[in-house]
Design a protein. Structure first.
Length: 300
């Protein structure tokens, strides 16, 4: 059967494809790529309506009630880049930036002869470094991405956010005039940071194990043997909860305003992501636990 493909932004025809009722949206993307070489499959968003939702690659034309002479819409998502590539860039940057400021303070503060780092500054550098080393490890060995790519502009946006905030925090914590909080506050923040980092790692492992390699299987996330994953009983996205907790604890450890600002900005963005995922879980799974919140137990 013949299907016409229209652009979402102007409803002009991109061409016509000969397909069968059993053809999937993935098949549509492959055929459209042959028709328009620059529109490789990862760059395409196929829709039933110009302003409709993106269709799943596994959807068939027959199930979507698309018949011969019907129409589908294509949105060009723009040049794409692999998720793992973006993650590696946005996480390697903060590690390099923080250690650069920490190991070469004279470049940023001038003559600092005689100035010594406080214990809090040393601990902060270790925590910041270990956090992003963990993220790099997770990107390579743990995460399984449901989408292969994202718009290439995200690379610049994400790197600006992570690298910029890192320079902002490192400049203040590594400054010769930095005044640390009490030892009790430092070690309290360190203990909370360590627990949250372990909880975040455990949650990512639990989420990875929900999806067999090479599939896009989706299941209701539940706790596993790790006691830190019990947070799944209270929120849909404990990985975000632990992530925010890590930066709150880092802020307590350093008593540094830029760190608190970074934690607040991170919470705002992760709350948006968590609410979206929470909503999707409830729509997809009719038996999804009603008592769960998105990111903050009992509240949000």
């Amino acid at each position: 059967m013949e299907i016409e493909i229209l652009y979402t932004h102007n409803s002009k025809s991109a061409g016509k494809l000969n397909l069968s009722g059993s053809s999937t949206i993935a098949d549509v993307k492959v055929q459209l790529h042959k028709l328009i070489p620059k529109l490789y499959p990862e760059r395409q968003s196929i829709r039933l309506e110009a302003k409709g939702k993106t269709l799943k690659d596994s959807d068939t034309l027959q199930n979507l009630n698309v018949r011969s002479g019907g129409k589908l819409y294509i949105k060009d998502l723009g040049p794409q880049i692999g998720w793992s590539t973006v993650f590696l860039c946005e996480y390697a940057g903060p590690l390099a930036v923080y250690l650069w400021v920490y190991q070469r303070p004279w470049i940023f503060f001038g003559d600092v002869a005689g100035a010594k780092y406080t214990t809090a500054a040393h601990i902060a550098a270790a925590c910041y470094s270990l956090h992003y080393i963990k993220r790099l490890y997770e990107t390579v060995f743990i995460h399984r991405f449901s989408h292969a790519t994202m718009p290439i502009l995200n690379l610049f946006k994400n790197c600006t956010y992570y690298w910029g905030f890192t320079a902002y925090v490192a400049y203040h914590v590594c400054h010769p005039l930095y005044t640390p909080p009490s030892d009790f506050q430092v070690y309290l923040g360190l203990a909370g940071f360590a627990i949250c980092e372990l909880g975040n790692l455990g949650t990512h492992i639990a989420l990875r194990n929900l999806r067999p390699p090479g599939t896009r299987v989706r299941k209701i996330p539940v706790p596993d043997w790790n006691p830190l994953t019990k947070l799944f009983n209270y929120v849909s996205c404990p990985n975000y909860t632990y992530e925010v907790g890590s930066w709150i604890c880092f802020s307590i450890l350093t008593n540094c305003l830029p760190a608190f600002i970074f934690a607040t900005a991170g919470f705002y963005q992760m709350a948006i992501w968590a609410l979206g995922k929470h909503r999707n879980y409830k729509n997809e799974f009719k038996n999804y636990p009603k008592s769960r919140k998105a990111i903050v137990p009992f509240i949000l």
